[in-house]
Each structure stands twice: as structure tokens, then as C-alpha cells.
Design a protein around this ligand. Structure first.
Ligand code: HEC
Length: 131
């Protein structure tokens, strides 16, 4: 008889543990056609040569995983279209910019990048200390 109680108790633990482990898991929406177009623009313009997503990519510019929610889409449009002294301007149509913004928004909703804030230099670049 006690084995049934033990089994029931273990089942409850299993369900509760699963809920605890997966409650924050992100289930990102499937990529729309616009998001896919934005991804192709991201790849075709080689944004990743200078920028990272989730810490992967070039280190000349900042990580853009959460730029959509942190800095806003107006900033994305302005930087891409006009560039800066260090980032090149990109000639893109409004529809292409919309797609790029949609892609970065989609990436953003997948989670938070864990690049430590103290690694970010005031110029927007990253400086990792060698151990
Ligand atoms: C040659 C390197 C280079 C390429 C290629 C490049 N960027 Fe940048 N980007 C930079 C640098 C450097 C900065 C930091 C801004 C500055 O101070 O000039 C930046 C800044 C940005 C910012 C502002 C980020 C923030 O946190 O304020 C956005 C958004 C951005 N880039 C998007 C893009 C996208 C999208 C592409 C591809 C279409 C791209 N960049 C291609 C170098 C680059």
C-alpha cells in the first residue's frame, strides 16, 4: 500500500519539478516571411561581421540580441540607413528596413543576451579582459 503513496508522491514531485524547470522557457513564434526576409538581409549585408547575436559574431559593434526592446526600432532604422563614423550606411528600401526590424524584434523575443554590462565600453564596443 505504501508504494502507491510513494508513487503518487513521486508523480507529484515530477510534475511540479517539470513545471518549475520549464515555466520560463521561451517558445518563440515561428518566423514569418517578413522575419525571414530580414534574416536574409542580416546575412547578406554581413551585419554579423561587426555585431553579435547572443555573443556570437564580430566585436567591432555592440551585441544586437536585445537592441529592439532596449533601444527601440527608430534607432535601428537610423543606424542602418545613415550609419555612423564607424558603421557604414546601408542603402535599403523602407520595406527592407521593416523586415530587418522585424527580424531583430523576433530575435529579441527569443530571450536575453547575457553579455555582461561591465564589458561594454562607452564607444559601444566590447572589451573582454584576457585572464
Ligand atoms: C563595419 C562594421 C559594421 C557593420 C557591417 C554593421 N555595423 Fe552596426 N554598428 C557598428 C558599430 C561600430 C556601431 C557602434 C556605433 C558607433 O559608435 O559608431 C554600430 C551600431 C549599430 C546599432 C546601434 C546599436 C546600439 O546599441 O545603439 C545598430 C542597431 C546597428 N549597428 C545595426 C546594424 C545592422 C542591422 C547592420 C547590418 C545591416 C549593421 N549594423 C552593420 C558597426 C557595424
Amino acid at each position: 500500500m505504501w508504494m502507491r503513496y510513494a508513487l503518487a508522491a513521486l508523480s507529484v514531485c515530477f510534475v511540479a519539478g517539470s513545471w518549475f524547470a520549464y515555466r520560463g522557457a521561451s517558445t518563440n513564434a515561428p518566423a514569418s516571411n517578413q522575419v525571414r526576409q530580414g534574416m536574409r538581409l542580416w546575412q547578406g549585408n554581413n551585419c554579423t561581421a561587426c555585431h553579435q547575436l547572443y555573443g556570437l559574431g564580430g566585436y567591432m559593434g555592440p551585441d544586437l540580441t536585445n537592441v529592439h526592446s532596449d533601444k527601440g526600432e527608430a534607432r535601428i532604422r537610423t543606424f542602418v540607413r545613415y550609419g555612423t563614423g564607424r558603421m557604414p550606411a546601408h542603402a535599403m528600401s523602407d520595406a527592407e528596413l521593416d523586415a530587418l526590424v522585424a527580424f531583430l524584434g523576433w530575435v529579441d523575443r527569443s530571450g536575453r543576451s547575457r553579455v555582461p554590462q561591465e564589458a561594454v565600453h562607452w564607444t559601444g564596443t566590447y572589451h573582454f579582459e584576457q585572464p
